[in-house]
Design a protein around this ligand. Structure first.
Ligand SMILES: C[S@@+](CC[C@H](N)C(=O)[O-])C[C@H]1O[C@@H](n2cnc3c(N)ncnc32)[C@H](O)[C@@H]1O
Length: 286
C-alpha cells in the first residue's frame, strides 16, 4: 500500500536519518499509544513525516521534538497532528463490495423482526465507509419504513473526522459509485459532491482510539464494520481488539473484518460465516 509521504526528502529538512535509539523511541511511543507497528520497511516513512513536521514547527532535532510531544501539555495537540500524519487513511466508497453485500443481506433478512439497527464503522477515516453503510441501510430499511437506523463512525484522527463530518468529496473520488446512488445521496457541483443532509444526520462521528474500546461507553451494535485497520497492528493486538469489538456486538449481530486481517481467532459466542472476500462472524442470538 502506498504511504502518504507528502514531500520528497530534501537536505533542508531537519533531523537527518533517525539513529537506532531514536527510531526505537518513536516506534515504541507509536505502538504504545496508537497500536500501529512501524516496521523497518516503514522507517523512512516515519523519518520523512517526523522531519516534515519538525520543519513546520521549527524544531531542529528528533529528541527535542520527542520531548515536546511527550512532556509538555501542548504536546497533546502536537500529538494529534502527528498521529494524523503517521496513520494511513486510504479509503473509498464501497471499498469492499462483498462486505457491503453482507450488510445488505443481513439487514434485509432481519428487517421483518427488528425495529432499529445500529451500525458501527471502526477506523472510518474520512467518512467514505460509514456513508456507504448509511446508503445501504437507507436503501434496505427505507426512509418511510418503521425501522430506525443509525451509523456510528470512529477514528483516532481528528483531521480525518473533520473531513468526514463535512461530507464533501472531489467528484473524481466518486467515479465507482453507481449513478442512482450519486443522484440520491449527493449534490454535485463544480467538481465537488456533498453528502445529503438526510444521510449526514444519521451518521455520528466520534473520536476513539481502538486501544480504548474496553473503556468506551458505547452500547451494542447490530453490525460492526472494521476493515483495513487491524492490519497495522501486531497479531496479539488484533485478537485483543476483536475480542473487545465482539463484546459490543448485539445478540445475532454481524462483525465484518477485512479478508486476511485476522487469523487463528476463535470465540465461543461468534461463528464464522462464509463470504467471498471479507472475514465475517455472527454472534449467537440471546
Ligand atoms: C486505511 S484507513 C481504513 C479506512 C476504512 N476503514 C476503509 O477500509 O476504507 C485506517 C484508519 O484507521 C485509523 N486508525 C489508525 N489507528 C487507529 C487507532 N488506534 N484507533 C482508531 N483509529 C485508528 C486511521 O486514522 C485511518 O483513518
Amino acid at each position: 500500500m502506498a504511504e502518504p509521504v507528502t514531500q520528497k526528502w530534501s537536505s533542508q529538512i531537519p533531523g537527518g536519518p533517525l539513529n537506532e535509539r531514536e527510531f526505537r523511541q518513536w516506534r515504541e511511543l507509536l505502538e504504545h499509544r496508537v497500536g500501529i507497528q512501524i516496521t523497518e520497511q516503514r522507517r523512512r516513512f516515519l523519518q520523512t513525516n517526523l522531519s516534515l513536521r519538525m520543519k513546520e514547527i521549527g524544531c531542529g532535532d528528533y529528541q527535542s521534538y520527542y520531548n515536546l510531544v511527550v512532556d509538555s501539555t501542548s504536546g497533546l495537540m502536537e500529538w494529534d497532528t502527528l498521529v494524523d500524519r503517521l496513520t494511513v487513511q486510504e479509503t473509498r466508497f464501497f471499498r469492499d463490495p462483498a462486505g457491503f453485500d453482507l450488510v445488505r443481506s443481513y439487514l434485509r433478512s432481519r428487517k421483518p423482526r427488528s425495529k432499529a439497527f445500529n451500525l458501527w464503522s471502526v477506523g472510518c477515516s474520512t467518512g467514505e465507509e460509514p456513508y456507504s453503510l448509511a446508503m445501504v441501510a437507507d436503501q434496505e430499511l427505507g426512509q418511510s419504513s418503521p425501522c430506525r437506523w443509525s451509523v456510528t463512525a470512529s477514528d483516532i484522527s481528528q483531521p480525518a473526522l473533520s473531513k468526514a463530518r463535512a461530507g464533501k468529496y472531489p467528484q473524481r473520488k466518486l467515479q465507482t459509485v453507481e449513478p442512482d446512488i450519486l443522484e440520491t445521496y449527493f449534490k454535485c457541483e463544480e467538481g465537488w459532491c456533498q453528502i445529503s443532509d438526510y444521510l449526514k444526520d444519521r451518521v455520528c462521528f466520534i473520536r476513539m482510539n481502538v486501544l480504548d474500546i474496553d473503556k468506551s461507553p458505547l452500547g451494542d451494535f447490530d453490525i460492526i464494520y472494521c476493515q483495513n485497520l487491524l492490519i497495522y497492528f501486531r497479531r496479539w493486538r488484533r485478537k485483543e481488539i476483536t475480542n473487545h469489538l465482539a463484546k459490543h456486538l448485539a445478540p445475532g449481530g454481524l462483525l465484518i473484518l477485512g479478508s486476511g486481517e485476522l487469523t487463528d481467532w476463535h470465540s465461543t459466542e461468534l461463528t464464522r460465516i462464509s463470504s467471498e472476500s471479507s472475514l465475517a462472524y455472527m454472534k449467537q442470538k440471546a
